[in-house]
Design a protein around this ligand. Structure first.
Ligand code: PEP
Ligand code: MN
Length: 464
């Protein structure tokens, strides 16, 4: 093990890592390019394959965004989630943009996730594994080819621009290089800031106290806030001062949609391939066909992976997906991210849980209460109501309690800024507030207050 880790930490020792001929032969052996021959939903309308190939060649030799040993560490931590000894918190923008890839924006997201994690850690009395939709969440699957103005639809900053004109909407392969540079810069900043003061537990708890003080629903959360206070005072009095109180590891995740990008950042070590564009890669509800390109690509990398499953998913489909994506039944390898909608989860999820649990499959169950609960507001905004989000998480917990499986985590679209994109919550945002700060490049996100409120409510669910 030690020797293997030594190799993983030293890319120079990766066999074939720098020799293109050996790397190509190994890639063939591992089937890393099989996806190119398979049906592919949501394929970007690339203007010209030569340019895509040239960009892929560039990206195939750059330093990766993440390191193989980190990917393996995350997998080990997710094994704890799978077996009920930890909880998984994943969140961030629906679509990251290059313009918003700033210190302020990244810090706000990280800080919100850390604040939520403290509350959840306390509520669950379990370690919380923290994963951002960050440093690479630059592609979006779309339901239509054109937008309301009749322009080619925005597909995420890695592919085209949100700007509303035909030229900006042209898919440009060079944007993959910008995506790489932005992801690398984001990851660099996060690593540096989170290994210093930003992650200090006392500071994070202090921000939570501000939230409790200022939230219209603060009273409800005061009890948990006070308990955490006392727990911290107790630890301080005992002289507990561990590194874990001052530093945090936050992992990076994104949807593997522009497969050219993720494939180009894949590196081989011995018998294993690692997708090093991020620690955790997931496949979306719209690209999860089992005989398709996306599922084939992620089946061949060693990372922890996720698949979003919507309300039409059958128990048999899930078993087949487990066979294909986790044939060795490794705990922590596969996360199923349910996004059923609050009105369906109580009917659709239990039979899936029963079947998978009965078959003894190692799966992390994570609740995405966002994507099944989107509607159009009276004044034309794509929005989500806080109550439906909370209700889907409740339904998720109910289903797991009934079947005896571990409700492993939540997957949230959020930002650490005071946007007005989702309605409801203690601030009582309503349709007429949406125009004040509706800034998302794609789906509506919970703002800071709504995110923290959700964390307190989930902490209550975890305790009961
Ligand atoms: C997303 O996570 O932004 C997304 C598109 O989700 P889904 O694939 O579940 O629709
Ligand atoms: Mn989304």
């Amino acid at each position: 093990m030690t020797e293997q880790w030594h190799q993983l930490r030293n890319p120079g020792l990766v066999p074939g890592g720098s020799d293109p001929a050996i790397a190509a032969e190994q890639a063939t052996r591992l089937g890393l390019d099989r996806w190119r021959e398979l049906p592919r939903d949501q394929a970007p309308p690339w203007p010209n394959q030569t340019e895509v190939d040239d960009v892929s060649t560039v990206l195939s030799t750059v330093p990766p965004i993440v390191a193989p040993y980190e990917v393996d560490t995350l997998r080990a931590q997710l094994a704890d989630v799978c077996e009920g000894r930890a909880f998984l918190l994943q969140g961030g923008d629906c679509a990251e943009t290059f313009a918003d890839n700033t210190e302020a924006h990244l810090l706000a997201t990280a800080r919100t996730l850390l604040q939520m994690a403290v509350v959840l850690t306390y509520g669950a009395s379990l370690p919380v594994v923290k994963v951002g939709r960050i440093a690479g969440q630059y592609t979006k699957p779309r339901s239509a080819m054109t937008d309301a103005l009749g322009l080619p639809v925005y597909r995420g900053d890695m592919l085209n621009s949100l700007e509303a004109n035909a030229e900006a909407r042209r898919v440009d392969p060079q944007r993959m290089i910008r995506a790489y540079a932005n992801a690398a810069a984001a990851m660099n900043m996060l690593r540096a800031y989170l290994s210093a003061g930003t992650a200090d537990l006392r500071a994070v708890h202090h921000w939570n106290k501000d939230f409790v003080k200022n939230s219209p629903a603060g009273e409800r959360y005061e009890a948990i806030g006070r308990e955490i206070d006392r727990a911290l005072a107790f630890m301080a009095a005992c002289g507990v001062d561990d590194d874990a109180l001052h530093t945090v590891t936050m992992y990076a995740s994104h949807e593997a949609l522009a497969l050219e990008y993720d494939r180009a950042l894949t590196r081989i070590n011995g018998d294993r391939a690692f997708g090093l564009s991020g620690h955790f890669l997931w496949i979306g509800e719209r690209t999860r066909r089992l005989d398709g390109a996306h599922i084939d690509y992620i089946s061949r990398i060693s990372n922890p992976i996720g698949v979003k499953i919507g309300p039409t998913t059958s128990p048999d489909w899930v078993l087949e997906a487990c066979d294909k994506l986790n044939p060795d039944n490794v705990p922590g390898r596969l996360t199923l991210i349910t996004r059923m909608g609050n009105q369906k989860i109580r009917d659709v999820l239990p039979p899936i849980l029963e079947k998978v649990h009965g078959a003894g499959r190692a799966v992390i169950w994570q609740c995405d209460p966002m994507h099944g609960n989107t509607h159009e507001s009276s004044n034309g905004y794509k929005t989500r109501h806080f109550d439906r989000i909370v209700d889907e998480v409740l339904g998720f917990f109910e289903a797991h309690r009934a079947v005896g499986t571990h409700p492993g985590g939540i997957h949230i679209e959020l930002t650490g800024e005071d946007v007005t994109e989702c309605i409801g919550g203690a601030q009582a945002l309503a349709d007429e507030h949406l125009s004040q700060r509706y800034e998302t490049a794609c789906d509506p996100r919970l703002n800071t207050q709504q995110s923290l409120e959700l964390a307190f409510l989930v902490a209550e669910m975890l305790r009961h």
